[in-house]
Ligand binder design. Structure first.
Ligand SMILES: Cc1ncc(COP(=O)(O)O)c(C=O)c1O
Length: 419
């Protein structure tokens, strides 16, 4: 893509109606678009309904045209993708990471799982902030670790880590902390002060911090992502950061992620694991990562601008659509909306809102129970605007929204400077 050429993030904005946009997207082959019949609007699985950046499509196209589809060159510290990631981390986050510290993994959950296996044993306590990405629960349970839930707090209009709860859990003997930052599903971006406290606590109690930073590229203006391991206070903490291009550039199906170990003995412990732990990286994923981290910034920034509009639009639509009873805070990062529907659940006497919305309105959303938070729903907003509007119409139907009141459009819109 030539510099300066305009990027159309969402070509389906010119679709004549939501039905046409949905029909076009139902041709996609991903789980998100194939799980349900064509009448259903999927707003659950975290992938974007936009075309992938041209730079990435070209990189993959080259491999496809040349039939270059062998095993990825991933047991190395000398690949173009590692160099591109190191450059990205330095440019975007002022974090200098030597290439030799960047390990390939097939996906970010593999990184978290590798960390759990390397730095804890069956029966050990693992702290997880609640709500949590459901795969965290599975990763802990499958390895027979003891889950220690630490519910997040809604303070000053912002979901925050409960640092006092974390300290208690660490003092009580936790071995590992699974930190998701930026946070799925609340969209919170931890501040440097919060992360510094986490680092100080981890150091004092010798807890290993596994940092899932897969959503780091998707931070909105007003907040900045600070990698945990880049903080001065984290320098003596054992940590493992997982990141990838998969969420930011929408290439999750290509299978390529990175683990960055830090602290004494961390890299050695991971390198001593069976090599299969780091297997499964795809050549397309490696090429896409290189393209994203070296040349994908303009596409990402345009996409973030579009998503910024969507997260604000949702606040207006909820209020205008009679859904003002739903609690919604603008996410600071991610294209996910975390909706507090507890009063709706009470009004309807219903504890499975996702199923109700799917059956009665044809909208697939993620249910809070899977995240450890009954009464909440998670919506995926990375879709054309007319489908955000359609999403809210379906939500209103499924939740039997009362008629909208004539009050102010919304008191939910929070200026991003204060979120
Ligand atoms: C917090 C978090 N971690 C990991 C993943 C999955 O990433 P991967 O496919 O690279 O394992 C997701 C996907 O939504 C996620 O939200």
């Amino acid at each position: 893509m030539k510099p300066g050429r305009p990027i159309t993030v969402s070509p389906l904005d010119s679709a004549p109606d939501p039905g046409a946009a949905l029909t076009a997207l139902h041709h996609r082959t991903s789980e998100k678009w194939r799980r349900h019949e064509p009448g259903v609007q999927p707003a659950h699985i975290a992938e974007m309904d936009f075309p992938v950046a041209e730079e990435i499509r070209r990189a993959i196209g080259r491999l496809a045209a040349e039939g270059d589809m062998g095993y990825a060159f991933s047991y190395t510290d000398d690949s173009p993708a590692q160099a591109a990631l190191a450059g990205w981390l330095l440019r975007r986050h002022s974090w200098w990471v030597p290439r030799s510290r960047i390990l390939f993994y097939a996906d970010v959950m593999r990184v978290m799982e590798a960390g759990l296996e390397a730095f804890s044993a069956p029966g050990d306590a693992v702290v997880v902030d609640i709500p949590a990405y459901p795969a965290f629960f599975e990763a802990v349970a499958e390895r027979e670790r003891e889950l220690v839930p630490n519910p997040m707090l809604l303070r000053n209009g912002r979901w925050q880590l409960d640092l006092a709860g974390l300290e208690r859990a660490f003092r009580d003997g936790a071995r590992v902390y699974l930190l998701c930052n930026p946070h799925n599903p609340t969209g919170t971006v931890c501040t440097p002060a919060e992360l510094t406290t986490v680092a100080e606590l981890a150091r004092a109690h010798e807890v290993t911090v596994l940092c899932d930073e897969v959503h780091a590229p998707l931070v909105f203006p007003g907040r900045a992502h600070v990698p945990f391991a880049s903080l001065p206070a984290a320098q003596k903490v054992r940590s493992l950061t997982g990141l990838s291009a998969s969420k930011g550039w929408n290439v999750a199906g290509l299978k390529c992620a990175f683990g960055i170990p830090a602290g004494p003995g961390t890299a050695e412990a991971l390198l001593n694991q069976p090599p299969r732990m780091r297997d499964g990286v795809g050549v397309f994923g490696a090429a896409a990562s290189e393209a994203a981290f070296s040349a994908g910034e303009r596409w990402l920034d345009e996409t973030l601008r579009y998503l910024d509009g969507n997260r604000r639009l949702l606040a207006e639509l909820l209020s205008a659509g009679g859904l003002g009873e739903i609690g919604y805070r603008l996410p600071e990062a991610t294209y996910l909306a975390w909706l507090d529907c507890r009063s709706t659940a009470d009004r309807l006497g219903e504890d499975d809102l996702a199923r109700r919305v799917l059956r009665t309105a044809g909208l697939a959303v993620s249910d809070g129970r899977a995240y450890g938070s009954p009464g909440f729903l998670r919506l995926n907003l990375a879709t054309p605007r007319l489908l955000v509007e359609e999403m809210v119409r379906r939500l209103a139907r499924g939740l039997e929204a009362p008629q909208p009141s004539a009050g102010p459009v919304t008191d939910l819109l929070i200026d991003i400077g204060t979120v």
